[in-house]
Design a protein around this ligand. Structure first.
Ligand code: RTP
Ligand code: MG
Length: 143
């Protein structure tokens, strides 16, 4: 086990449902620390760049339209095994398949509007945290 950082996005559907605090509580209760956070309304360019790996996928345009449809909350989470831990808290991509008690089971309704994003590997976590935060915007806990 090692201390990792991962990027979380609370997507526009969850912001619209007013459950930012409930989702933050899931992270905190699981021992993940929020070491950077901000709300922003992604531009088309920002969303396309963030999801560039999915550029050729049939759902890409819908994904970009959804992610720019309202504000999101981007956060860097830090903790032991943060990347996998966050993915476990999120549940499966399709909320229909998400285990009971996970964020997507509780707050998401469809595969297209599925409440949260989480980095899926160390490589993507490093890229994604840097995509949204400068070094001086990340505040590791010293106490
Ligand atoms: P995310 O990147 O948002 O954390 O989600 P994920 O890893 O669980 O899923 P990924 O395969 O990376 O897909 C990114 C987002 O695209 C939408 N999607 N739609 N209609 C579809 O078949 C489909 N597949 C994926 C979802 O919103 C997914 O979160
Ligand atoms: Mg993904």
């Amino acid at each position: 086990m090692s201390v990792e950082r991962t990027l979380s996005i609370i997507k526009p559907d969850a912001v619209s449902k007013n459950v930012i605090g409930k989702i933050f509580s899931r992270f905190e209760e699981a021992g993940l620390k929020i070491v950077a956070t901000k709300m922003l309304h992604l531009s088309k360019e920002q969303a396309e760049g963030f999801y560039a790996e999915h550029k050729e996928r049939p759902f890409f345009n819908d994904l970009v339209a959804f992610m720019t449809s309202g504000p999101v909350v981007v956060s860097a989470l830090e903790g032991e095994n943060a990347i996998v831990k966050n993915r476990e808290l999120m549940g499966a991509t399709n909320p229909q398949d998400a285990a009971p008690g996970t964020i997507r089971a509780e707050f998401a309704s469809t595969i297209d509007e599925n409440a949260v994003h989480g980095s899926d590997s160390e490589t993507s976590a490093a890229r994604e945290v840097a995509y949204f935060f400068n070094n001086d915007e990340v505040c590791p806990r010293t106490r």
